[in-house]
Design a protein around this ligand. Structure first.
Ligand code: GLN
Length: 534
């Protein structure tokens, strides 16, 4: 039997208040008090997973070791906690209904009317309590959306039921906004009062309020909010805009959020807070001795969240090297032969991002050629690696019309092609090569071996296309080295260029595995190469 405690995090007033960061920050503090914590996200939309969503809709799709395509908040959870997430850490309404409807068809509910309460709420409840185990002390469950949304009603109802069942083993933290009116120079608490009323109408009394605000709330305002919302004033915590998300755990701990939460959950003999590794990271982050500019080239750069894990991994790699990383966002459609030199003028490293489809491909190819010929550190991730193959095939090997069959199905030289087992698939959702696979590093002198310092690694994938091994011979005689292969299938996972400062293409996504206390070896090595003098 597990004695897990439950913390639910709901949001009010508006979306985008940073529930994920608050939940992750609290988790870091509880970890720092010696507890084993995991976090889960419940998303109220009807997609079975966010894998089929355009990044413009929903930002990056984060992939777990077990191959789940999940919300980008799971990336924050992993980066903050250094604990791997799994399929079970992300639930969508689509996945809940999918399961219930399958069971209904099977006859599991024969004779009964299948309803939101209890069938949907029971399924949600199962998904929450399924995370409980004897290896877990606290489960933090973040409810996506905003209280009052039609879509999130079944989730709030489940929270109400669980809170009733679990008594003091479950609490609710409600995140709200306290807007500042510059005309009258004051903070307004009314939206917070109303959003708590909304929650109360649904039968849920929050235990703690975290209030996002541009300036300090002050004691009087905290007391006022406490009075109107039935919480203690020490349970009204402010969350002021921070210069970096990695400051948030400290800002919350200064107001004793962790202690308030632990006391409410009935913990006695609370351990001293130990977040030394986190603090060391912050000190280095804030006191860099060097600075580099790195370009991220992609077609969704208007929405930085589409590349969240990459930009955070670059920061982690920078901190490891005592180096501030300034990111230059480059839209792949803007890169033309004429503009390329100017665009990358001050960049000492270039990342060509993952992606799908034709838009922006030409700019990616021009970028890669530039990085290759000008000896600029280059990291190509997934589609970025595939385009490095195409660029090299065309401009070095001489296969002038080489392409990926994703972009040109009829190309004479399909150097990147659909994987064999993908050719028979009809459904788009959840059918890519997903999750963690082994990769054998073949060359002890390679940049990648030097970074990882071991010859068997595991990395996460999300793709349908791969290097076409029919072209291996053409590449064998060239400077492009395939230095990492999948040991079972022989798929090319890593390429490097000989006679280049640092040119690495990876079929996998290293950005999914970089964390604050464990920055990823490839990003550490990539940033290091950008600091070295040319
Ligand atoms: N579109 C490419 C593929 O499916 C690359 C995917 C990616 O960059 N994640 O193989």
């Amino acid at each position: 039997m597990s004695n897990c405690k439950y913390i639910f995090v709901t949001g009010g007033v508006t979306s985008s208040l940073g529930k994920g960061i608050v939940a992750s920050s609290l988790a870091v503090l509880l970890q720092g008090r010696g507890l084993r914590v995991t976090i889960q996200k419940l998303d109220p939309y009807l997609n079975v997973d966010p894998g089929t969503l355009n990044p413009y809709e929903h930002g990056e799709c984060f992939v777990t070791n077990d191959g789940a395509e999940t919300d980008l908040d799971l990336g924050h959870y992993e980066r903050f906690l250094s604990v791997p997430m799994s399929k079970r850490n992300n639930v969508t309404t689509g996945s809940v209904y999918e399961k219930i409807i399958k069971r209904e068809r099977k006859g599991d509910f024969l004779g009964k009317t299948v309803q939101v309460i209890p069938h949907v709420t029971n399924e949600i409840k199962n998904r929450i309590t399924a995370l409980a185990s004897k290896n877990q002390d606290v489960i933090i469950t973040e409810i996506g959306g905003t209280v009052g949304d039609i879509e999130s009603l079944p989730y709030i109802e489940t929270v109400r039921q669980l809170k009733f069942e679990k008594g003091s083993d479950a609490i609710v933290i409600h995140l709200t906004l306290v807007p500042y009116l510059s005309a009258t120079e004051e903070l307004k608490t009314k939206p917070t009062q109303h959003s708590v009323k909304n929650l109360l109408q649904l039968g849920v009394q929050p235990d703690v309020l975290v209030c996002r605000a541009e300036i300090n709330l002050g004691k009087d305002l905290k007391n006022k909010i406490a009075l109107f919302c039935n919480v203690n004033s020490d349970s009204v915590i402010e969350s002021i805009d921070a210069s970096t998300i990695y400051d948030v755990p400290l800002l919350l701990s200064k107001q004793k959020l962790d202690l308030v939460v632990l006391e409410k959950l009935g913990y006695k003999n609370i351990k001293r807070l130990n977040i030394k590794k986190w603090n060391d990271f912050l000190i280095k982050l804030k006191n860099p001795t060097k600075k580099v500019k790195i370009a991220i080239v992609g077609k969704y750069v208007e929405l930085k969240d589409a590349y969240k894990s990459i930009s955070e991994s670059l920061i982690h790699g920078g901190v490891f090297n005592n180096c501030e990383v300034k990111i230059k966002w480059v839209h792949s459609e803007d890169v033309k032969s004429k503009s390329v030199a100017n665009i990358f003028r001050n960049c000492s490293g270039i990342v060509v991002a993952p992606g799908f489809g034709e838009r922006g491909i030409s700019g990616k190819l021009i970028t890669i050629q530039y990085a290759r010929t000008k000896n600029i550190s280059f990291l190509g991730i997934c589609l970025g690696m595939q385009m490095a193959v195409v660029e090299f095939a065309r401009n070095v090997i001489g296969l002038k019309t080489a392409h990926s069959t994703e972009i040109n199905a009829k190309t004479k030289y399909p150097v990147i092609d659909l994987m064999q087992n993908q050719k028979v698939l009809l459904n788009k959702g959840g059918t890519m090569r997903l999750g963690s696979y082994k990769c054998k590093l073949l060359n002890k002198k390679s940049k990648t071996f030097n970074a990882y310092k071991k010859d068997l690694i595991e990395e996460r994938h999300r793709h349908r296309y791969e290097f076409n091994n029919d072209f291996l011979d053409e590449f064998k005689k060239s400077d492009m080295r395939f230095v990492g292969l999948n040991p079972e299938s022989g798929l090319v996972e890593i390429l490097e260029l000989k006679n280049h400062k640092w040119f690495v293409g990876v079929q996998f996504h290293p950005e999914y595995k970089s964390t604050v206390t464990n920055p990823h070896p490839l990003f550490k090595s990539f940033i290091k190469s950008t600091i070295l003098k040319k």
